[in-house]
Design a binder for this molecule. Structure first.
Ligand code: V47
Length: 395
């Protein structure tokens, strides 16, 4: 006889128990955290010196409590993810950054550049109506004309009109502007006109000149990155921001980076999400450096949430942190896991052992097991509503 099972028949680990939010009072072993906690609870802005305390204290649980408090004040249990696909049209790059295992010199083994049709095929492979975003970044190619990128974007828009195109880092925009002999503003306007909807947060690395000279000598400097972001925001393009940590920077460099982002956000309000990126040393010129540890990853998420008080979202990018650390980060300040991704190259060339992509239901599972509510979003954080047959973005 067939028996019909109900959810009650399964062991309790299949039924998600809501984890009670942090209602217990704040407690700190480190007394330096007490005045910081008073400011956080009053919704006041923290200073650079206070950020240094957050980096140096051994009381990681107290830092996490505060970051979680801010996260729940902003988002409650809501935790965002999206269904996206990464497209990297070329890995040919003139920059040769020591931090990077992805870029190749032209005509060297492993170098590739997609013809436009190939890029469209990549976009289409594994494509379903569920995909709401293409995340498009690549190397600084010495020969590809600006028109290639305009055609890439307009061709994708034509073929996938409902998909949001989050394309080209500030570094790429600045390089395209130089090659096309246009201002940053003109370049961004043309990209927008072709179909770019927003910009990803990559290429920010660490703004300190001293560190940039070591890890990415040939990239635009920190102020050019920030100016490009400012211009993008001024013409109505939202963007994200990142920080690469866990290489040769120190706490002061990290604080300087966060404060510079916070200052631009005060002016423009154009950043949506901050994504701390843990450095993966394998196959890079900095392969002798150790990998980041879970404690640093979690602390970085929490400090970001506390210092970037004007950023709506902090993303725990699961590809880079591993799904397990990203899940824990959801209780240390993060409210977003990024997406299904499908095909990731930049971290995997640098030795990442995470899967290339994750199914939608696996992301939901990670979020719910953390006691949070999973919300599928589009790139602009509007909820995506799905039925068996339709996908609607709530506007
Ligand atoms: O800009 C490169 C970093 C970035 C390595 O905006 C490395 O939603 C670690 O920016 N180890 C690209 N990091 C990825 C990126 C990103 C990812 C997910 C979401 C979003 C978003 C943006 O990856 C680069 C650079 O900072 N990177 N090499 C490496 N070996």
């Amino acid at each position: 006889m067939n028996r019909h099972y109900s959810i009650q028949d399964f062991p309790s680990r299949l039924r998600y128990h809501k984890i009670v939010p942090t209602q217990h009072a704040f407690q700190a072993e480190d007394t330096r955290l007490e005045p910081i906690a008073r400011k956080v609870l009053a919704g006041e802005r923290l200073s650079g010196d206070e950020a240094l305390v957050l980096y140096s204290t051994g009381d990681i649980l107290a830092v996490g409590w505060l970051a979680n408090h801010v996260r729940e004040r902003l988002h409650g249990d809501r935790t965002y993810f999206n269904v996206n696909r990464h497209i990297n049209p070329t890995n040919v790059c003139v920059a040769a950054c020591r931090l990077c295992a992805f870029g190749r010199k032209k005509d060297t083994p492993g170098a590739y550049t997609m013809a436009l049709e190939e890029a469209y095929e990549t976009a289409a492979s594994g494509y379903s109506e569920a995909v709401t975003e293409f995340h498009i970044v690549g190397g600084l190619h010495p020969d590809l004309p600006f028109q290639y990128f305009l055609d890439l974007v307009s061709g994708l828009k034509q073929r996938f009109p409902q998909v949001h195109l989050k394309a080209f880092t500030m570094v790429e925009v600045s390089y395209l502007a130089k090659r096309a002999k246009l201002s940053i503003r003109e370049t961004l306007l043309k990209l927008k006109e072709a179909g770019v909807d927003s910009l990803p947060g990559g290429g920010a690395e660490i703004f300190s000149d001293r560190i940039r000279h070591i890890i990415c000598d040939h990239k635009i400097d920190g102020s050019e990155w920030l100016d490009t972001a400012r211009t993008a925001h001024q013409i109505g393009l939202k963007s994200n921001a990142t920080m690469l940590y866990g290489h040769v920077e120190n706490d002061e460099d990290r604080v300087d980076h966060l404060l510079k982002l916070r200052a631009v956000q005060d002016e423009t309000n154009g950043f949506q999400t901050f994504i701390p990126l843990a450095f993966h040393p394998e196959n890079t010129a900095l392969a002798h450096l150790p990998k980041t540890t879970g404690m640093l990853d979690i602390r970085q998420i929490a400090v970001s949430r506390l210092i970037l008080d004007n950023f709506p979202h902090i993303k725990a990018y699961w590809q880079m942190l591993t799904p397990k650390i990203a899940q824990i980060a959801l209780r240390f300040g993060a409210d977003d896991l990024d997406g299904t991704v499908i095909e990731e190259k930049i971290y995997h060339d640098a030795g990442a052992t995470t899967p290339q992509g994750m199914r939608r239901q696996d992301l939901v599972h990670l979020i719910e097991e953390a006691g949070r509510e999973a919300i599928e979003r589009d790139t602009l954080y509007r909820p995506v509503l799905r039925t068996e047959t339709t996908v609607t973005v709530a506007v």
